[in-house]
Design a protein around this ligand. Sequence first.
Ligand SMILES: Nc1nc2c(ncn2[C@@H]2O[C@H](COP(=O)(O)OP(=O)(O)OP(=O)(O)O)[C@@H](O)[C@H]2O)c(=O)[nH]1
Ligand SMILES: [Mg+2]
Ligand SMILES: [Zn+2]
Length: 357
Amino acid sequence: MEQLAAIGLSQAQARSFEDLGDRSLIPGRVSAVDRGRHRVLTLDGEVWSSPAGRLFHQGDDASPVAVGDGVALRTDGGGFQSVHVLPRRTVLQRKAAGQTAARQVVAANLDTIFVVTAVGHDFNPRRLERYVALVREGGAAPAIVVTKTDLPFDVVAVIRALDEAAPGLPVAMVSGLSRHGLEELQPMLRTGSTVALVGSSGAGKSTLANALLGEARFATGAVRAHDERGVHVTTRRELVQLPSGAWLIDTPGMRELGLTGDEAAVDAAFDEITVVAERCRFADCTHEHEPGCAVQEALQSGALSPARWASYVKLKREAAFAARREDEGAEREHQRRWRAIHMEMRERRKYDPKQRR
Ligand SMILES: Nc1nc2c(ncn2[C@@H]2O[C@H](COP(=O)(O)OP(=O)(O)OP(=O)(O)O)[C@@H](O)[C@H]2O)c(=O)[nH]1
Ligand SMILES: [Mg+2]
Ligand SMILES: [Zn+2]
């Protein structure tokens, strides 16, 4: 069982695999996901596998297998099929594009997520707040990595902005090109731990991944001159092992960062606000017009930042909306299942000889 750590499975996952009690199954960890199939790291090397049909009926995710997942494979000698996804410790997920409540699991079983942001046009405290809330929703620990620090920028302004947008979080200032500051990341890259890189296209995620790897494994791209935006060079999520023994997942820059409905995760990302709100006179204060509202007071006195407050209100509303949609979706699914059960029971009764007279 210990040897499963060699392919990045946790002890709990190794136990879940054992608990399946099927010696014909092969344990593995998903190292890349393509349309319709995924690459899996096994004790005997990497193989391509496809998800078993039944996996599509579990959970609420359109693609049932995510990079970083622990899986159990079955083989007929030719191809491989992933028949079980081992329980996930944490996830990085977002609301899929469009009006549906569907979640998309971007990656699974992460200890830390580096929210990568470049100095310059990419640096946007409000977007960082959104990333941090998204990371917290999935249970991993967020850390901020400011990259491209070899370019000229206002250090004091960046640090001040981070103190406000990401209070209490680890922050590292690095350059993927010159490799300065990488040692600051090492404490979070322990053997066996898994770290994912997220951030907008062009932020420098793949360049950082290559710097940590010590080889040019990932393709890196250009940014448009006028707004410094990337051109979406990375197109798939991929897991690699670093020389330190940690696992690293590079992801493509995400355009949409919809929260999935965990309001507590938003609160956790804005705890200076929730602390103040506890002092409001009314427990159900909306912080809009109530007398004795500690939030309004703090905004007027300057103790709370109006930008943080606006950001908090926006993310909170979005999470509440997503949660409601999820509930509605779950309710519809529940009704659908029961309709099927009732129909099944009616059919059975029709043909049950005991019921016939
Ligand atoms: N000056 C400087 N340029 C960098 C640094 N890191 C990345 N770049 C440049 O920024 C551009 C984009 O880098 P990538 O690593 O491809 O960015 P990415 O975040 O992986 O982008 P996507 O894969 O599109 O999501 C490339 O031209 C890199 O050379 C850095 O630390 N300093
Ligand atoms: Mg990339
Ligand atoms: Zn209030």
